[in-house]
Design a protein around this ligand. Structure first.
Ligand code: HDE
Length: 683
């Protein structure tokens, strides 16, 4: 078969939509009329024998499959992983052996709580799941953009998710955690407090899926060819740097473009601007694990990078959009149990529960045990076993033997191989069967405090605002107070800030900790977004707002300067047909001002003619454009003619604003590299 007849997964493409082909039924029969049902006479009843109509509607009726119970809204992208440092001394996993070797991947990013049709900028954790199609089978690293989790034991997962999703009686609110049920559960589950610090930070409102980190969260094992094991935590570090939006911006983006994140990913890849992440590993041994202040099996804790540095071993490049959203993004089935020789699980009770849940949920979602036959899930290495039949089986063992051992000679089929096969790490396990939470999991506040003290002042303000907003949406005061009683154990400034925001004058007693927090953990710069921002404006987007008569040379100079920076430029104008520039040329617009608010851009420039500027100074969407950009601390490039509009919204020039001139376009770019002029928000 030629490549054209194979899809990305290597399976035969059975269905085409080529214009020059005759349309057929699913059975392959040519269709003569796809416009009219078969009726008895022009106005008579539709005949039951109309197989064309019935087949078409039957298929349509069954188009939906259950959405994922969590992470329903997601976006998938193809790519590859390139190994930059081999680690045979740590792991015999085939993917980690040969520097320069590329392994195909499929990555799906997601929000957690919202339904499939919810908005991209919900305040939520982001899933970051990658399937590596290695030569020794598929390895799924099913992580999040936050290195810790809400709960310690998988048995609490249904409760956590029930509490955050729509209340069962009213069916709302969805795609948000700002409600009683969520904070009721959290405030009764102190183990979740650390994660809520991350959740209330701007980590949960990323500017782009391209600008966030990923984490495997659990401690895993790496096992080498001699059977020696090390512990490992996996990290994804975006080469693009970290960047988030601010909350008010997130709310407005959801209105202006609910698909903001997926569109951003699609556009970047379509334009050839392929996002990249370095894969980092934190490797440690039993001696470190025993000496560490917290239990390495507790997924509500991280290991600070200052204590165990992150070693970069490879790079993930996302370089191809999906060809079909359903076939790939919807049908991809990640399973934490998909590990390969050289990588192994640990006894983290969250991970162990996940190993059951993912396989189980695929059966429900994809309808049978043969989801590994779907191209996006199929390994790209040969598969040999005696599994057979089941719904939608695409392949079955050939020949007479379908059991093992058998004595059918060379054609008897595959046999196991102790040398090459997966070996579980032979960890000594011994204990009394019991339902208990280890004492070593009991510290719930120390790392929350460490996260807090690692943030810049601006980030701390945002965390306070995050808690304040969310708790203000709780109707029950007792829940707000219970949360404050926990925040007192994290840091007094945090508790005070949130209490002030909520109008609570008397702080409740601090919650009684299960174990006294450690108060002298040092700050860790790796935990801050602003300390890990980009060094350039590359991959970002300028909103270039122009009016009729705008200076053509300046528009072109700006376009060139931002293109040279590796950034995108979107033209915004009063009409979608564009604006007639000073030289008489017509510049087409990407957005009409009403549909292209400044929240969609990382920085804005206002290039108007005198007349155009005056007309826009009383135009409401134009006023919102500037007023929002100013309030969101964005860098603004302006021309004299934009002054009436700026004045109308109280945006007076400051150090985050650059006066534009053809020669000075470069200075504006330099200023944009800061991304935000936060000083403007510090009052
Ligand atoms: Fe998941 N999670 N999860 N989760 N999770 C699912 O699997 C589950 C957890 C994560 O893009 C489900 O295929 C349990 C932690 C991602 O397709 C389900 C527990 C982390 C995705 C499930 C957790 C994750 C899922 C729903 C507690 C970060 C999206 C659909 C023990 C390390 C994968 C599906 C995709 C999806 C169960 C906790 C990440 C139900 C029981 C911790 C990125 O199986």
């Amino acid at each position: 078969m030629t490549d054209e007849t194979l899809d990305k997964g290597g399976a035969p493409r059975q269905q085409t939509t080529d214009r020059n082909r005759t349309m057929t039924t699913a059975q392959g029969g040519p269709i003569a009329d796809d416009q009219n049902s078969l009726t008895a006479g022009p106005r008579g009843p539709v005949l039951l024998e109309d197989h064309v109509m019935r087949e078409k509607i039957f298929h349509f009726d069954h188009e939906r499959i259950p959405e994922r119970v969590v992470h329903a809204r997601g976006y998938g992208v193809h790519g590859h992983f390139e190994l930059t440092e081999a680690i045979p001394e740590l792991s015999c996993a085939d993917i980690f052996q040969r520097v320069g070797e590329k392994t195909p991947t499929f990555t799906r990013f997601s929000t957690v709580a919202g339904n499939k049709g919810s908005a991209d900028l919900a305040r939520d954790v982001r899933g970051f799941a990658t399937k590596f199609y290695t030569r020794e089978g598929n390895w799924d690293l099913v992580g999040n953009n936050i290195p810790v989790f809400f709960i310690q034991d998988a048995i609490k997962f249904p409760d956590l998710i029930h509490s955050v999703k729509e209340a069962p009686d009213r069916g709302f609110p969805q795609a948000q955690s700002a409600h009683d049920n969520f904070w009721d559960f959290i405030s009764l589950s102190p183990e979740a407090i650390h994660m809520t610090l991350w959740q209330m930070s701007d980590r949960t409102i990323p500017r782009s899926l391209r600008f966030m980190e990923g984490f495997g969260v659990h401690t895993f094992r790496l096992v080498n060819a001699e059977g020696k094991s090390h512990y490992v935590k996996f990290h994804w570090k975006p080469k693009q740097g970290l960047q988030s939006v601010v909350w008010n911006e997130a709310l407005k983006i959801n209105g202006a473009d609910p698909d903001f994140h997926r569109r951003d990913m699609w556009d970047a890849i379509d334009a050839g601007d392929f996002p990249q992440w370095d894969l980092g590993i934190q490797v440690f041994d039993d001696a470190f694990a025993d000496a560490f202040e917290f239990d390495i099996l507790d997924a509500t804790k991280l290991i600070p990078e200052e204590q165990v540095p992150v070693r970069i071993i490879g790079t993930l490049t996302l370089d191809a959009n999906v060809e079909n959203f359903f076939a790939e993004t919807e049908q991809v089935a990640f399973c934490t149990q998909n590990i390969v020789r050289g990588i192994d699980h640990t006894n983290d009770p969250l991970l162990q529960g996940r190993n059951f849940s993912y396989l189980d949920t695929q059966l429900k979602r994809l309808g049978g045990p043969n989801f590994t036959h779907i191209p996006v899930n199929a390994p790209k290495c040969p598969v040999h076993n005696f599994q057979q039949d089941g719904h939608m089986a695409m392949r079955n063992p050939k020949g007479r033997a379908n059991y093992e051992p058998n004595s059918w000679g060379e054609d008897g089929g595959p046999r196991e191989n102790p040398e090459l096969g997966f070996q579980s790490y032979p960890e000594q396990v011994d204990g009394i069967k019991q339902r208990t939470r280890s004492e070593t999991f009991a510290d719930h506040y120390s790392q929350a405090r460490q996260f807090w003290i690692s943030q810049t002042e601006i980030e701390q303000d945002h965390i306070i605002a995050g808690y304040t907003f969310e708790l203000s949406k709780c109707e029950h005061e007792k829940i707000r107070l219970r949360m404050l009683s926990h925040l007192r154990n994290v840091h007094k400034d945090l508790a005070k800030g949130v209490a002030d925001g909520l109008g609570v004058t008397e702080l409740p007693e601090a919650a009684t900790p299960a174990r006294a927090p450690i108060t002298d953990l040092p700050p860790s710069d790796a935990l801050s977004i602003l300390k890990n921002g980009p060094k350039s404006f590359a991959g970002r987007k300028l909103g270039l707002f122009i009016s009729d008569g705008a200076d053509a040379d300046l528009v072109s100079a700006l376009e060139k300067a931002f293109e040279a920076e590796g950034a995108m430029v979107a033209i915004v104008a009063p009409r979608i047909g564009g604006a007639t520039l000073s030289d008489g040329s017509v510049k087409a617009a990407d957005e009409k001002i009403d549909g292209g608010p400044s929240v969609l851009f990382d920085a804005v420039a206002l290039v108007f003619s005198q007349e155009g500027g005056e007309a826009l100074s009383a135009n409401k969407p134009a006023m919102d454009f500037v007023s929002d950009a100013y309030a969101h601390a964005k860098v603004i490039g302006w021309t004299d003619a934009a002054q009436p509009l700026m004045k109308a919204v109280g945006a007076s020039p400051d150090a985050g604003m650059a006066k534009l001139s053809e020669e000075g376009a470069g200075d504006f770019v330099t200023l944009c590299r800061k991304l935000r002029h936060w000083e403007r928000t510090l009052g």
